[in-house]
Design a protein around this ligand. Structure first.
Ligand code: NAI
Length: 334
């Protein structure tokens, strides 16, 4: 079967890690027609927006996209293209699996957790204004609809993956109305899934617990901002951002992208670790029903990391981005 999929190379290290992932997919036996679309700073001059309408149209038509990271300028200019894309396409669930890899030196041995981040509201709703020249206000939106939906999704993943526990992360002791609503929704949804353990932990305590005993956690569900921060922190538990894939899922489509950003500090040097992007492609292949190819690629990535002969800079090796992809392809053939 042939699949039509939107491909967004992004900027910074985006094109490098995307090209590595595409190469691996093309060698897995899956047949994909890529519709390549450009977005971000590079198209602003031409279209007067970082997200030209063809980007949304392409994803709406194909329902699935593989995306490289896109730079968001800090403190000025256009709203984040990543946040806009997720909001425009209603990609309400951001999923980031954090798993230890054999062969990768990290502080922990048995981490295997999933961060389920609400992707459509919270402080990322982008409602900000200056009250006076010296006071800025940013509004945090938490709704019952979005909270129910994301917690329900966390339980769905827990069941699909035979996981035992879901924990809601919040700060309801201080934000009694907004996070209080999120927590009430989580507790209520949990009563409908009594076969799975449920608990809740305040976000600051959760940060400490994750750093001390990450292997104790399974599925964590939380509002947008906490998910953004804790997923980068959790990446540090297993060896860094180059290893964490991600998916943005909605009712009518999905965009798969690594958890990391455009890494301008190493862009254009062929040293970025493409593992996160290749594993995002693995999540995408499972989503489109190509589980066999997904398993084959995932096993090959794990084997290359375990062998330790071809590791990128971030993991203490000297292998380039494209050469890592070739090592994965080589393993797939065996
Ligand atoms: P970043 O994730 O790009 O980089 C943080 C650090 O991790 C850097 O030292 C970088 O070199 C390293 N790193 C990241 N990915 C790596 C990889 N695959 N291999 C090896 N090392 C890697 O985060 P930063 O610097 O905060 O953000 C840069 C830009 O990316 C910003 O404009 C930000 O808004 C954007 N961004 C975009 C995202 C997206 O498109 N989904 C997600 C996160 C950030």
């Amino acid at each position: 079967m042939e699949h039509n999929i939107t491909l967004i190379p992004g900027d910074g290290i985006g094109p490098e890690v995307i090209s590595a992932a595409v190469k691996v997919i093309e060698n897995s036996g899956v047949c994909i027609n890529w519709e390549i679309v450009r977005m971000g700073a590079e198209v602003i001059e031409e279209f007067n927006t970082p997200i030209p309408s063809y980007v949304l149209e392409s994803i709406k038509k194909n329902k699935v996209a593989l995306k490289g990271p896109v730079t968001t300028p800090v403190g000025m200019g256009f709203k984040s293209v990543n946040v806009t894309l997720r909001q425009e396409l209603n990609l309400y669930a951001n999923i980031r699996p954090i798993k230890t890899f054999q062969g990768v030196t990290s502080r922990y041995e048995n981490v295997d957790l999933i961060i389920v981040r609400e992707n459509s509201e919270d402080l990322y709703a982008g409602i900000e204004h200056m009250i006076t020249e010296d006071i800025a206000e940013s509004i945090k939106i938490i709704s019952k609809k979005a909270s129910d939906r994301i917690v329900e999704y966390a339980f769905k993943i827990a069941k699909e993956q035979n996981r035992k526990q879901v924990i809601a992360v919040h700060k309801a002791n201080i934000m009694k109305l907004s996070d209080g609503l999120f927590l009430r929704c989580a507790r209520n949804i949990a009563t409908m899934h009594s076969e799975i353990d449920f608990g809740d932990v305040i976000v600051d305590a959760m940060s400490m617990k994750l750093v001390m005993n990450p292997e104790k956690y399974d599925v964590l569900v939380m509002p947008n901002l906490y998910g953004d921060i804790l997923s980068d922190m959790a990446a540090g538990l297993i060896g860094g951002l180059g290893l964490v894939p991600g998916a943005n899922i909605g009712e009518e489509g999905a965009v798969f992208e690594p958890a990391h950003g455009s890494a301008p500090d190493i862009a254009g040097t062929n040293i970025a670790n493409p593992t996160a992007c290749i594993l995002s492609a693995v999540m995408m292949l499972r989503y489109i029903g190509e589980a066999e190819a997904a398993d084959k690629i995932e096993k090959a990535v794990e084997a290359v990391l375990k062998e330790g002969k071809y590791l990128t800079c971030d993991l203490g090796g000297t292998t380039g981005t494209q050469e890592f992809a070739e090592a994965v392809i080589d393993k797939m053939g065996k």
